[in-house]
Design a binder for this molecule. Structure first.
Ligand code: HEM
Length: 323
């Protein structure tokens, strides 16, 4: 990307992501300069970021997430029965339904917002923003009682944009890999391994951005204050110094969770456990309900998403009885 320093090694990516004082997030998620009145959570620096993140993180504990499991499994069972295209019928609707459960909101509202909002850039001027604000202001939203009105709006919008499509792309990348590699149906004891290896091998969120706040060096290269840095998880996850044979899909890698697909440091993904929980439940249900899935005849991979998040646009399937 023009005007950016690019970091693709595991060690350098970690060093940048962990140091929020030398590497600001203020212009994260945009190739220009962020002019948001209320910056997205991922664009805040300490101490503002630390304060807000603490308030929000309390909602993503394993205990809070475990309460959602029966509803997520029920959604998955309902969708697995009639699946014709895995993206259209399974990987797109389920994460939106999961977010609706998490926020305790009507599912049609969240499904509509997911279609309507796709970008963090200039989000306060996006079409439909005034109506979105009116709706959010009128909601009880018991999960975020300590937030001021602009923060509540920002956060719900952020979760709609960052907490759904990435899960869709994780599921799409993973199901695509399993189907074309003849690894379907996946045995329950292998699910965690394939989820982590898919995250490493084909990360849904490809990169993050930071801006140097002072002169510094990254991997021995001098960086001036104000220079922008692109940290490419998709590159760091295939760093041969960190991952032997990085291009191979190996679900039994040791320390498989050590990839950078959820970032690291103060901005590390708050929804990582939620994404993993969803993947585990949805994959388990689908393998049990539809063990006979195969890619449709003539299927070719087409990417969906933008430069930030990537997964398959469609995954049409056929049924083939297991031997
Ligand atoms: C496979 C799915 C997901 C991927 C790959 C992913 C990836 C990421 C990455 C890389 C970051 C760090 C960005 C940075 O450092 O600039 C991040 C932050 C974040 N993610 Fe996720 N995410 C996923 C799912 C979710 C879900 C399900 C939620 C919540 C419903 C969520 C909520 C957040 C939040 C709130 C942050 C901001 C944290 C902060 O700035 O302090 N994510 N995500």
């Amino acid at each position: 990307m023009p005007g950016f320093r690019v970091v693709v090694s595991d060690a350098e990516a970690r060093a940048v992501l962990r140091d929020a004082y030398t590497f600001s997030s203020s212009d994260n998620n945009t190739t220009g300069r962020s002019s948001a009145k209320t910056p997205a959570l991922s664009q805040l620096d300490p101490p503002e970021h630390t304060r807000l993140r603490r308030l929000v993180a309390a909602q993503f504990t394993p205990r809070e997430l475990a309460r959602l499991e029966p509803a997520l499994a029920a959604h998955a069972r309902a969708h697995a029965e009639t699946v014709g295209d895995l993206v259209r019928d399974f990987t797109e609707p389920l994460p939106a339904l999961a977010l609706a459960e998490f926020l305790e909101l009507p599912s049609d509202l969240v499904l509509r917002w997911v279609t309507q909002f796709a970008s963090l850039v200039g989000y306060e001027t996006s079409p439909g923003w005034p109506e979105f604000c009116d709706t959010v202001d009128g909601l009880a939203l018991s999960r975020f009682p300590g937030l001021a009105t602009p923060e509540r709006r920002m956060l719900v919008h952020f979760l709609v944009v960052a907490g759904v499509r990435n899960v869709t792309h994780l599921l799409g990348n993973l199901l695509h890999r399993l189907l074309v590699s003849d690894m379907w149906p996946i045995a329950p004891e292998l699910v965690d391994g394939v989820v982590e290896e898919s995250l490493r091998h084909e990360p849904p969120a490809l990169w993050s951005m930071r801006t140097a706040t002072r002169p510094c060096t990254v991997g021995g290269v001098s960086v001036a204050a104000g220079e922008r840095i692109l940290i490419v998880a998709a590159g760091a996850n295939r760093d041969p110094d960190r991952w032997p044979a990085p291009g191979d899909f190996r679900p039994d890698r040791p320390s498989a969770t050590g990839h950078l697909s959820f970032g690291t440091g103060p901005h590390a993904c708050l929804g990582a456990a939620f994404a993993r929980l969803q993947a585990r439940i949805y994959l388990g249900v689908l393998a049990e309900s539809a063990p006979d899935l195969r890619p449709a005849e003539g299927f070719t991979y087409q990417p969906a998403g933008d430069l930030m998040s990537r997964g398959p646009a469609a995954l049409p399937i056929r049924r083939q009885p297991c031997p």
